[in-house]
Design a protein around this ligand. Structure first.
Ligand code: SDX
Length: 392
């Protein structure tokens, strides 16, 4: 269905899997969550609605969504001892390392989240992490900014309260800016799931050993951290800043990207699956213009990014290798316009990807899949006799 060809049954236990959650067509640039197009979901749904869709397979009714949000809010607190773990990190610690550690540490304070065999036990672990993870994200950022930790206001919407926890200054009457709420909601939807990417495959394979949900998510956060994966959104901004400092000389950086002697990756370009365009990048590029315009921000970085994209689209090296902007190329420009520190960009990616990781973990556990065990093609030495050390 959905144009998916039949997969050779021999694929079992080779690291590939069957899944009914997200459909990608890399040639046509198609991305669908549970059959709904990313374009429609980004336009018409909100993030918690999409999280429900990914995890449970159907768009929720108003009553189902309200119950889901209410169950999540019951767990939107974190044990005081977790604050002590957070305090123990040096200010220089990368937020992704902090987030991965704190997510795994939550297991110790939520032991019922480990041995989950029934749907009800899984549901309880899922609403717990959906409640606590935004708190960890907000606290990680407040540590970067040196701000006191804050729980926000549970009367607000899911994404609204994340922004309040992240940005509310002490004793400030925090007013919700709908431009920021809508921008973050759309970005989180666009990052919510993406089939069997590096971090999602990590969550599935760790979860397949029946390690708890939080430990499996912690492993996924570590995989996402890498600059070839989710860490690219931070690397894109650092690259664009370097180009700006260098007088905006995009041609010089295009040349560096083609220099085989000193390989330099143009961060935010290329993809393992999309070979024509990343549909998410198209949506985020439009959103970047809208959000910065609505906020009245003139960011030269955006113009440099557009210039780089135009050059790549007309460069034989990039066209031949099918290198186009991916989801990470423009997202950081919006995060920066929202006042989020660069080192927090990949944490925002993790916040968006959380429901996708959860949905893939739940699918794997409900289907009672065997422990993941990819095989290999052996290319080492043939059998040979041992040699005593004095004869080597
Ligand atoms: C994400 O899998 C997912 O779905 C991931 C993701 C998700 O939602 O989960 O979409 C999120 O991770 C997006 C990708 C973010 N990463 C980056 O932007 C980092 C920069 N991109 C590259 O490192 C690279 O394009 C990858 C890792 C994304 C994909 O690598 P591939 O498909 O393995 O490509 P490759 O390494 O085999 O390269 C093929 C050729 C090589 O040149 P030749 O050896 O053929 O001469 O293309 C070149 C590469 O040198 N190349 C690049 C390049 N990416 C590939 N050259 C310059 N700049 C680049 N970015």
């Amino acid at each position: 269905t959905g144009g998916v060809t039949t997969i050779d049954p021999g694929y079992k236990n080779t690291g590939s899997c069957e899944s009914g959650i997200t459909f990608l067509d890399g040639e046509k640039g198609i991305l669908r969550y549970r059959g709904y197009s990313i374009e429609e979901l980004a336009e018409k749904a909100d993030f918690l609605e999409v999280a429900y869709l990914l995890i449970f397979g159907e768009l929720p009714t108003t009553e189902q969504l309200d119950t889901f949000h209410s169950d999540i809010k019951k767990h939107a607190v974190v044990d005081d001892d977790v604050k002590k773990i957070l305090d123990a990190f040096p200010k220089t610690a990368h937020p992704m390392g902090v987030l991965s550690s704190l997510t795994s540490a939550l297991t110790a304070f939520n032991p019922t989240s480990v041995n989950v065999d029934s749907e009800e036990e899984m549901y309880n672990a899922i609403v717990r992490i959906l409640g606590k993870f935004p708190v960890l994200v907000a606290w990680t950022m407040r540590k970067v900014k040196g701000l006191p930790l804050d729980y926000g206001d549970s009367s607000l919407g899911y994404v609204e309260n994340i922004l309040k926890m992240m940005f509310k200054q002490p004793n400030e009457e925090y007013t919700q800016n709908p431009i920021l709420v809508n921008a973050l909601d759309k970005l989180l939807i666009l990052h919510a799931d993406h089939e069997q990417n590096c971090s999602t495959s990590t969550v599935r394979i760790v979860g397949s050993s029946h390690a708890g949900l939080f430990a499996s998510l912690s492993a996924g956060i570590s995989a996402l951290w890498g600059p070839l994966h989710g860490g690219a959104n931070q690397a894109v901004l650092e690259m664009l800043e370097a180009i700006k400092e260098d007088g905006g000389d995009t041609k010089k950086y295009m040349g560096k990207a083609k220099d085989k002697e000193d390989p330099f990756r143009l961060m935010g370009f290329g993809h393992r699956v999309y070979k024509n365009f990343d549909p998410r990048a198209k949506i985020i590029k439009v959103a970047a213009d809208e959000v910065l315009g609505d906020l009245g921000i003139e960011d030269p970085i955006l113009e440099i990014a557009k210039g780089l994209e135009q050059e790549a689209l007309n460069d034989d090296y990039f066209v031949k290798r099918k290198l186009y902007p991916n989801v990470d190329f423009y997202s950081g420009i919006i995060y920066r316009g929202m006042g989020i520190p660069t080192e927090m960009f990949t944490v925002m990616f993790a916040l968006g990807r959380l429901p996708g990781w959860i949905s893939q973990w739940r699918e794997m556990r409900l289907r009672k899949e065997p422990i993941g065990r990819p095989r290999q093609v052996y290319v080492g030495e043939n059998h040979r006799p041992f040699v005593d050390i004095n004869k080597r």
